[in-house]
Design a protein around this ligand. Structure first.
Ligand code: BGP
Length: 496
């Protein structure tokens, strides 16, 4: 990987963008089961757009030739892409689907031809159903299948890139999939939770062992790097509540260390080990497991930074009129997450807007791990008005301007930041809000049979930022509108 190269990037995820869910040998993943089973009808107070299936999603499966051209035109250095395990291994942990490999081979070769580095992520929540019916991540057997999957992806795609991740947000997948039950596989089972956490940590070590073999076999370049990704939201004690380092440490043990330490240090935070013991949970972390982790540490950190979390102790009684909603409690830790009314900026989905914690987060990661950090996800979910000829997503630009201003400052300091990737390239299926929540720099008309693509104002703004290599983060609306009008006038048929 090129030293002191900084990557401006965008990221996305197979089950949210690809569609083509039943084509060319592919079979269902957890997210096909979940979206088919729990057909979302928007809640009464929701915005208007229907949420429906991911059978087509943004149809990247057919549209990728246009998308690669649009990415190349945007000028990004990289495209972070969460791969679809079930497309490549549709029936079991051994039989490879040639058309699954062929799809990703085509996408990656076109990206490289367009000067965009593909940065693959191997697993992002979408366990293949053939694995799930055998217990999925609660069953250690999945690790043999995952090993084969890693080996195949490094073999067939290793020539296209020297930056890889094993996972994207094991925390969201396990907490929401095995504790709160909000996301698939929709369990509320602490035994299942701790097993999934541990087996996912081991999957990172197994991926690294396969990565080393792939280097020996010449499938992957010797200086390629393999990372672990997590969505740590830096904790902020709610204003007016006493500072409490013990509370901060407890929060970080559960919301950062548990998801990074096993694969970067080969250890678990004591809070997790105590939790298993005190609840008499059915998980044995053997010395051999710890040795596997220690012998196969990952190389760098993927950080999904959208927002900080405002917190208080779990027992604090905060007057209801100071919060937008009742505190959010997790079934572990001594903290609760709050939405203080005295914080001025939130998104429509009540995600705090506070880019100033980007540098604080980098300082925290440097102090703890001192490894390169690639911001893998960071973006603004909104309900864009797509009825207009020009989609002037000024709120998204304001959010991104805040983030890229912090990125610009962070890069003048020794904070190990090697890349910043916007979530997301184009409008896609949102796990929490279906097609009602837009994150794209490029709009997708989900009602058009060809899922037509059209650049938003934020696309033109990010083009400007990248052209200046991150120096010019100003927002001149008139100029941006003019540029967007120009771009749309020549929006080539092959880009639609
Ligand atoms: C992250 C996920 C992404 C994306 C993002 C936005 O946690 O890794 O896949 O979904 O959140 O979330 P949402 O679309 O639910 O707002």
């Amino acid at each position: 990987m090129k030293k002191d190269k900084f990557y401006f990037s965008v990221s996305t995820n197979a089950f949210q963008i690809e569609g083509g869910r039943n084509l060319h040998g592919r079979t269902d993943s957890l997210w096909d089961w979940f979206t088919k089973t729990y057909y979302h009808i928007p809640p009464v107070n929701s915005t208007a757009r229907e949420i429906n299936s991911i059978v087509e999603a943004s149809d990247f499966y057919h549209k990728y030739p246009s998308d690669v051209k649009i990415l190349s035109k945007l000028g990004v250095d990289a495209f972070i892409y969460n791969l679809d395990w079930a497309r490549v291994f549709p029936t079991d942990g051994t039989k490879i689907n040639p058309m699954g490999i062929q799809f990703y081979d085509r996408v990656f070769s076109e990206l490289v031809a367009g000067n965009v580095k593909p940065i693959p992520i191997l697993f992002h929540w979408d366990t293949p159903m053939w694995a799930e019916i055998k217990g999925g991540w609660t069953n250690r057997e999945i690790l043999t299948s995952f090993k084969n999957y890693c080996a195949a992806m490094f073999k067939y795609l290793g020539k296209y890139t020297d930056i890889w991740f094993v996972n994207d947000e094991n925390k969201s997948f396990t907490v929401d999939g095995y504790l709160t039950g909000q996301f698939p596989p929709c369990f509320q089972d602490e035994n299942a939770f701790v097993k999934a956490v541990h087996h996912l940590a081991l999957s990172g070590a197994i991926a690294k062992a396969e990565f080393k073999k792939a280097k020996e076999l010449g499938y992957v370049s010797p200086d390629a790097i393999l990372g672990i990704d997590d969505d740590w939201s830096p904790p902020v004690i709610m204003a007016g509540v006493d500072a409490d380092q013990k509370l901060i440490d407890n929060y970080n043990a559960w919301m950062r260390d548990l998801w990074l330490d096993p694969n970067l240090k080969g250890t678990y935070p004591q809070e997790f080990l105590d939790y298993i013991k005190s609840k008499k949970l059915d998980l044995k972390i053997t010395p051999a497991d710890l040795k596997l982790l220690q012998d196969n540490k990952l190389d760098f950190i993927g950080w999904n930074f959208y927002r900080p979390y405002f917190i208080t102790s779990k027992t604090a009684l905060i007057p209801e009129d100071q919060l937008h909603r009742p505190p959010g409690k997790l079934p572990f830790g001594d903290f609760q997450i709050v939405l203080p009314k005295n914080h001025p900026h939130y998104t429509k989905w009540m995600w705090p807007i506070a880019p100033q914690y980007l540098q604080e987060g980098l300082q925290g990661l440097k102090a703890k791990y001192d490894l390169p950090v690639f911001i893998v996800e960071s973006g603004f979910g909104d309900f864009d008005d797509k009825s207009q000829e020009l989609i002037c997503d000024l709120d998204r630009i304001a959010y991104l301007q805040g983030m890229l201003t912090e990125v610009k400052a962070a890069r003048t300091k020794d904070l190990n930041l090697i890349g910043y990737s916007i979530w997301t390239y184009c409008d896609i299926f949102s796990p929490s809000a279906g097609y009602r929540k837009d994150y794209g720099l490029v709009s997708v008309d989900f009602n058009s049979p060809i899922k037509e693509r059209k650049p938003k104002l934020s696309y033109v703004w990010y083009q400007q930022v990248i052209e200046s290599r991150g120096e010019d983060v100003t927002v001149n609306e008139k100029l941006l509108v003019k540029k967007l009008q120009e771009l749309l006038k020549n929006w080539d048929i092959f880009l639609k």
